[in-house]
Design a protein around this ligand. Structure first.
Ligand SMILES: *C1O[C@H](CO)[C@@H](O)[C@H](O)[C@H]1NC(C)=O
Ligand SMILES: *[C@@H]1O[C@H](CO)[C@@H](O)[C@H](O)[C@H]1NC(C)=O
Length: 384
């Protein structure tokens, strides 16, 4: 008997007595069983694995991301609808979504308290079953383009070849970014941000929550949680673990007179509109709930793919320089060390260039051109 090369074994003619239908049923049961088994972990976790995407502008592996928000008190139909827009977005891409429905702390402290609980809960799960990132979204934000996947805005993880460090095993330069946020003219905005499920985040949130206790004389203003987080992030133990995206990417504002974003942007946020907020939010909801206004733009047509890739590559380059220089300096064996006066001068120049690079890298990496200049300046000096 001649086997036909391209047919699987069980389909080869006259090899088996089992009728095809029985084999099909067995395979079906097997596949279904496998699905259910692998689904068991998922059902208990708040996330699901994102469907594979064919788009090249999207990172190859779906990340386990869960959106988190809070909404309690008297029923508010506008906020409910806003959260529904997030739920639809999460559903489309396979993210989880969790909403705190009862107060667990005082006012603004609910947010960091809830996040702390979520992060600790995830850390208590097996690594493969954990959510990797939480995306915090305030209820006064609406997804206006659900075709944008969140993965773009997170540091590509080092298991993807493009971001694997040349320095070999161990965390890559982007793996130690644990918070991805945005700033506005007043500083950190915590309406929308990503936080990694990591021990760092536990420490950061605890320290933020404890801030007023240990700094009773500091006036934290109205948004106490935001001010506390900003101050904690300013400390040397946290500063290098944050990256600030161009704000409109994930946190475009609606001003009183207009939306600051463009068609294709993912989200609109309504901070500081006071009483006018409701009319603005209702107008947006009425449009996006019926998919109107041309706000839904496929990611390939938005430029976010390239923009995000360039952003993360630049940040990675910068972090790699800082990392390498940090390892070398102080030990007397760092790169390009020379003896004598000339060497000393050059060393000081390099140190200054790294400090200037660090400042942009840690405080305003969204200024792409500026970051690029700092990287090139360092290269020029280190190559001289
Ligand atoms: C950030 O946090 C990690 C812990 O994962 C730490 O090892 C690292 O040195 C920190 N700083 C920077 C600049 O990455
Ligand atoms: C952050 O720290 C620097 C000094 O390290 C200080 O000048 C600045 O005022 C601080 N900012 C905040 C918001 O605490």
């Amino acid at each position: 008997m001649v086997a036909i090369p391209h047919l699987p074994m069980h389909l080869q003619p006259r090899r088996r007595r089992l009728p095809l239908i029985v084999i099909l049923i067995i395979s079906l049961v097997f596949v279904l069983g496998f699905r259910l088994c692998s689904g068991a972990g998922r059902l208990s976790g708040p996330w699901r694995i994102a469907p594979p995407s064919l788009s090249l502008s999207v990172p190859p592996r779906g990340r386990r991301i869960t959106k988190a928000s809070m909404l309690y008190g008297p029923r508010n139909a506008i906020y409910e609808r806003a959260l529904q827009s997030h739920a639809r977005h999460a559903e489309r891409w396979g993210y989880g979504m969790e909403v705190l429905r009862h107060e667990i702390a005082e006012g603004y402290w609910n947010k960091p308290s809830y996040l702390l609980a979520l992060v600790i809960r995830e850390l208590g799960r097996a690594v493969g079953e954990r959510v990797e990132w939480f995306m915090w979204v305030d209820a006064d934000s609406i997804i206006i383009n659900p075709l944008i996947p969140l993965e773009l805005f997170l540091p590509p993880d080092s298991s993807s070849p493009s971001s694997r460090g040349s320095s070999g095993p161990g965390p890559g330069p982007l793996d130690t970014i644990h918070l991805v946020a945005t700033k506005d003219h007043k500083g950190l905005n915590t309406g929308i941000f990503f936080i990694r499920v990591h021990e760092w985040s536990v420490r950061f949130l605890i320290e933020s929550l404890a801030y007023p206790t240990y700094n009773p004389s500091t006036d934290l203003g109205v948004q106490v949680d935001q001010s506390a987080m900003e101050r904690v992030l300013n400390g040397s133990a946290y500063r290098g673990n944050v990256t600030y995206l161009p704000r409109p990417w994930i946190n475009a504002y609606e001003w009183k007179h207009a939306f600051e974003g463009r068609k294709g942007d993912m989200l609109v946020h309504f901070p500081g509109l006071d009483g006018e907020r409701w009319a603005h939010m209702r107008r947006w909801l009425d449009v996006v709930e019926v998919g109107g206004g041309g706000w839904s733009v496929p990611v390939e047509q938005t430029g976010f793919g390239d923009g995000a890739r360039v952003f993360w590559e630049r940040v990675e380059r910068g972090r790699r320089i800082v990392e390498r220089f940090g390892r070398g300096s102080g030990s007397g064996t760092g790169e390009g060390r020379k003896t004598g006066k000339k060497g000393k001068e050059r060393e000081m120049e390099m140190e200054m260039a790294v400090e200037e690079l660090k400042h942009v890298l840690y405080e305003q990496p969204y200024q792409g051109e500026l970051l690029q200049q700092r990287i090139e300046a360092w290269r020029r000096i280190s190559a001289s």
